[in-house]
Design a protein around this ligand. Structure first.
Ligand SMILES: N[C@@H]1[C@@H](O)[C@H](O)[C@@H](COP(=O)(O)O)O[C@@H]1O
Length: 240
């Protein structure tokens, strides 16, 4: 693992955005895995700045998002589709038909998972951006005795719903299920970029990067991948 620590989140964001710019410069048709949550927001802001300055273009790129809540309409402000639209897609030149997000409102969710995996199989990920949940989840792959490789429906843990309740009016409004890319799909990405910020993530960062490889901490499986870049701000890296 290539672990880099930054004195400020701004420096981390810029470094991550440059990785995207370099990827798109060397491979305009790159397939990019994208993430939601607070962590990537600053990275997307830097990417938008670079796009504004004509330093990068998504015109020929394809993107796949990690996950989506089940049961939230795409135009609901808390959906990850709405998040991506607001935080990135509406500001860049990515053709909308090449921006893939799991379909959490599909009539047949099992079929939606199969279709997502088929698209991923046709277009392998060059670069996957990840955040990490407080319990070590990546995407919405929650700690469990066993993990699934492909896209699947997951029951959200209470701690995950509580952590994400800040985006909803009440805890009861947080969906109980999500559709997520599986660990197998994430680990197939050629390069993985894990970004972590804040002191409340320091303990899980230590466990994920230096602890045992276990499905009880899904992010620890990243230790098995040959090309992971970990970007930490000072607080998230303070226990390493
Ligand atoms: N499904 C997302 C994850 O992909 C994300 O990594 C996590 C951490 O989010 P944050 O960056 O806001 O701490 O939140 C959600 O649960």
């Amino acid at each position: 693992m290539n672990i880099k620590q930054f004195d400020s989140t701004g420096e981390l964001d810029l470094y991550a955005a440059r990785i995207f710019a370099d990827m798109l410069a060397s491979k305009p048709h790159a397939v990019l895995g994208l993430a939601t949550g607070s962590t990537p927001i600053g990275i997307y802001e830097k990417i938008i700045d670079m796009h504004r300055n004509a330093e990068l273009s998504f015109q020929s790129a394809t993107t796949f998002n990690l996950d989506e809540y089940v049961g939230l309409p795409r135009d609901s402000s808390q959906s990850y589709a709405a998040f991506m639209e607001e935080r990135l897609f509406s500001h860049i030149d990515l053709p909308p038909e090449r921006a893939h997000i799991p379909h959490g409102m599909a009539d047949d969710l099992t079929d939606a998972c199969i279709q997502y995996d088929q698209l991923l199989a046709q277009q392998p990920l060059d670069l996957q951006l990840l955040g990490i949940g407080h319990n070590g989840h990546i995407g919405f792959n929650e700690p469990a005795h066993a993990l699934q490789g492909g896209t699947h429906i997951v029951e959200l843990k209470s701690e995950t719903r509580e952590a994400n309740a800040r985006f909803f009016e009440t805890l009861d409004d947080v969906p109980t299920q999500a559709i997520t890319m599986g660990i197998g799909s994430i680990l197939k990405a050629r390069t993985i970029l894990l970004a972590v910020k804040g002191k409340e993530k320091a303990e899980i960062v230590k466990q994920a990067l230096t602890g045992p490889i276990t499905t009880e901490c899904p992010a620890s499986l990243l230790q098995t991948h040959a090309n992971v870049i970990v970007l930490l701000d000072r607080e998230a890296g303070r226990l390493l």
